[in-house]
Design a protein around this ligand. Structure first.
Ligand code: BDR
Ligand code: CA
Length: 312
């Protein structure tokens, strides 16, 4: 299941999951972040429609973080519609009647040990699901999330990454739960950069998924060029999906993680790197599998091959 705030890179992640033969996408749950949750839900439905997969359920998630107000959308990064100003038609399908947290709990408890959660937005729905049914921690297969910055600077602020920054309290709960959890954060995604030439390959692919991505990528390219002075797109969310199918493209380190919730560093993910000196505030928390290095060429090749025309 993917929990998402679509989002230009979210769209690529969802399409990549749909074109990965090893994976079965069983649902999308939506969250605020790049856009308000209502628009995330509309976009999730729209993306499934483009992919011809309206059989996949969408559940609408929380509209606000656990303990603070939502900081608001980022139209200068993802467009006023969250989809690079593509202004897609209204979807013809509707979300489920149950909430994202209820849907997550239902799916995990109905298939113990089989469901992988892939959050690629703020972690509010995941925290709510844990509060609703703590036993999901023992029954989920694993959690692989895009978010955080253990050993590098942030992107929302100098201290924090956007998904974690949007709901630090929820993130601290999620990193503290006793489950198998992998963090695909800026430590690796800032090294996975898709060049304009590589993006052009998507433009020449004839499938509707690649065509949509080719249409929406340029806005994000413009943002990265002006904010980071890099000629290419950071491949954040799709990297989490590649981790599922090609974990060997990543190097990981295992440390307990706490999330700063106060002050100018709110949203910073702090790893306790001294196993023999666990600070009391980190004690009793599980080791998070933190991605610290990446074979970016492998990750980009997987994405381009799968979203191109080669894979049916
Ligand atoms: C994350 O923030 C969002 O803008 C992206 O979709 C991604 O999930 C990167 O920091
Ligand atoms: Ca996202």
């Amino acid at each position: 299941m993917i929990d998402t705030d679509p989002g230009i890179d979210d769209a690529m992640a969802i399409f990549l999951a749909l074109r990965s033969p090893e994976l079965e996408l069983i649902g999308l749950t939506t969250i605020f972040g790049n856009v308000h949750t209502a628009l995330s839900t509309t976009n999730a439905l729209r993306l499934l429609e483009i992919a011809g997969r309206t059989d996949i359920s969408v559940a609408h998630g929380a509209d606000q973080p656990l303990e603070r107000a939502y900081a608001g959308p980022v139209p200068f990064i993802h467009g006023s519609d969250g989809q690079g100003n593509a202004h897609l038609p209204a979807p013809s399908t509707k979300p489920l009647e149950i909430s994202a947290a209820e849907f997550i709990v239902q799916q995990i408890m109905d298939a113990p040990g089989q469901v992988t959660l892939v959050p690629i937005g703020p972690l509010t729905n995941i925290a709510l699901a844990l509060q609703l049914e703590p036993r999901i921690a023992q029954n989920v297969r694993e959690v692989v999330l895009m978010g955080g910055n253990a050993f590098c600077a942030g992107n929302a602020t100098p201290a924090s990454e956007a998904n974690i920054h949007n709901d630090p309290e929820a993130a601290d709960l999620v990193f503290g739960a006793d489950w198998r959890i992998t963090m695909v954060g800026l430590d690796v995604t800032h090294n996975v950069i898709m060049t304009p030439a590589q993006m052009n390959l998507l433009e020449t692919a004839r499938n509707p998924l690649a065509q949509h991505l080719a249409k929406i990528n340029p806005l994000y390219l413009e943002f990265v060029a002006t904010s980071a002075e890099i000629d290419g797109n950071y491949i954040h969310d799709p990297s989490a999906v590649v981790y599922l199918t090609h974990p060997h493209a990543f190097t990981t380190a295992q440390h307990p993680v706490r999330v700063e919730t106060l002050g100018i560093s709110a949203g910073k993910t702090w790893a306790n790197t001294f196993p023999k000196r666990i600070h009391p505030d980190w004690a009793g928390r599980p080791a998070v599998n933190i991605c610290v290095d990446v074979d970016s060429r492998m990750v980009l090749n997987v994405i381009l091959e799968r979203l191109g025309d080669q894979v049916p």
